[in-house]
Design a binder for this molecule. Structure first.
Ligand SMILES: Cc1ncc(COP(=O)(O)O)c(C=O)c1O
Length: 436
């Protein structure tokens, strides 16, 4: 990659005026997107295997139908103050959205980001159950606003300086590759995780009738792309039902066709009571939705609202995006299945070939690859993972990290086979190089 004065200039100005966030130290200054590619301001071309952090699931720069819907809405009206006045567009979109959920759903609350969708779910679950306490998993990432951050427990850097977070208990997530209970099999690991909640949390720490909800990601994202054992969420559902506890499913990263289904939880044959969606939902615009089972009831007037939730331009884009998904459901499902297998096959070959590749896991096109110093010891290969990311970037592939030493492989599901293969070639070269 040619990194010239223009790029360095923007980075210097950014460092002076913008607070530091999570950016990896990559000299990527975006200019535009076209087809499967994104371009920086000096004309360097990249394949993005991160879908701009899981937003462009349907393709770079969304697609023409989504862009045109947003452009048309801009010319009519951009903002409706949907919490105070009514507008047909967000109502129509909500009707279409609940049609993607299991029967009995539901009511929708619109907001602008994943963290807000989780805040909304926290408030709804406390309101509906009249209970104060929440349970979440170690490794979880539910966002960075104070309520959501209380549920997040994937890196201490996220939480340092911001405590306390009262009313949340964290419990181990059944990671089949690194089972926290050292159980004999993934299914035993799932059972041990359920027993832990029952025995230690509900038995010793918080009375079950004080727990409003258990929050989870169907596949932990930021925590390392961890797919729990197949039966886990069915068992969690039973535990929740025994105690009248709600389940809140954070679909913000795993949802919206990424796994081949609209809701990633559907891969596990279980249902939640409240779902949170964001990222891909807005087709590139900020839009989040918290969707609850209808039987849970409604919110009292004045209890919850927000200025921009249901913004007309974001909803116009989201509606066009959802219409595209509904029209192309079969094709998208089969693309995810086929391309996911293609990626998985290639990564598994790498797993067999290189000591550095400890584990490859995922569903559909939500795939993680964990790098370890040795397959036997499973020591986190953090420096090697960072070197792989850097090398990929230098060769025109954007990759995102996950967990301590994993990589996320989440290209737009519309990416062509040939560009997927090019990206995988770049990854294999980088792994070979990092393996010494
Ligand atoms: C699973 C999950 N939940 C919540 C969030 C927070 O979303 P946002 O960054 O839009 O606030 C994220 C963001 O990465 C996420 O991956």
């Amino acid at each position: 990659m040619r990194i010239g004065a223009k790029i360095k200039g923007v980075i210097d100005r950014d460092r002076r005026v913008i607070f530091t966030t999570t950016r990896e130290d990559f000299p990527f200054v975006v200019d535009h997107g076209a087809g499967d590619h994104v371009f920086d301001i000096e004309g360097n071309r990249f394949i993005d295997f991160g879908s701009f952090v899981s937003v462009y699931t349907l393709g770079v720069n969304a697609n023409a139908q989504i862009r045109n819907a947003a452009k048309r809405q801009i010319d009519r009206l951009t903002h409706a103050m949907f919490a105070d006045f009514r507008a047909e567009l967000p109502v129509r979109f909500a009707e279409k959205l609940v049609g993607m959920f299991p029967p009995g759903f539901g009511r929708v609350f619109f907001s602008n980001s994943g963290s807000e969708a989780i805040e909304d779910a926290i408030k709804l679950s406390k309101l509906f159950t009249e209970r104060p306490h929440l349970i979440a998993f170690y490794g979880a990432f539910h966002g960075r606003t104070m309520g959501a951050l209380g549920l997040t427990a994937s890196k201490t850097a996220h939480r340092a300086h911001f405590s306390p977070f009262p009313g949340v208990t964290h419990v181990p997530f059944p990671d089949p590759y690194r089972c926290p209970f050292n159980s004999g099999s993934p299914e035993e690991c799932a059972k041990d995780a359920i027993d832990y909640i029952e025995t230690n949390v509900l038995g010793k720490e918080v009375p079950p009738d004080e727990v409003a909800a258990i929050f989870f990601e169907p596949i932990q994202g930021e925590g390392g792309y961890i797919v729990p054992p197949a039966g886990f969420f069915r068992q969690l559902r039973k535990l929740a039902d025994r105690h009248g506890i709600l389940l809140v499913d954070d679909e913000i990263q795993a949802g919206y066709m990424r796994t081949g289904r609209f809701l990633a939880l559907d891969n596990f044959g279980a249902r939640a009571d409240i779902y949170a969606m964001a990222k891909s939902l807005g087709g590139g615009f900020p839009l989040a939705a918290t969707v609850a089972r209808r039987s849970l009831g409604d919110t009292p007037a004045g209890a919850h609202a927000g200025t921009f939730g249901g913004n007309l331009v974001a909803v116009a884009a989201a509606e066009a995006s959802l219409d595209y998904v509904r029209r192309n459901m079969r094709s998208l499902q089969s693309q995810v299945r086929r391309k996911g297998k293609r990626i998985m096959r290639r990564l598994r070959e790498m797993e067999g070939r290189y000591e550095l590749v400890g584990d490859v896991r995922g569903i559909g096109m939500m795939i993680g690859m964990e790098l370890v110093k040795s397959k036997e010891g499973k020591e986190y290969a953090v420096a090697e993972r960072d070197a792989v990311m850097k090398s990929c970037f230098n060769h025109g592939l954007i990759l995102l990290p996950a967990g301590r030493s994993a990589l996320r492989i989440i290209p737009p599901i519309t990416m062509s086979d040939s560009n997927i293969d090019k990206g995988l070639d770049i990854i294999e070269d980088a792994i070979r190089e990092a393996s010494g």
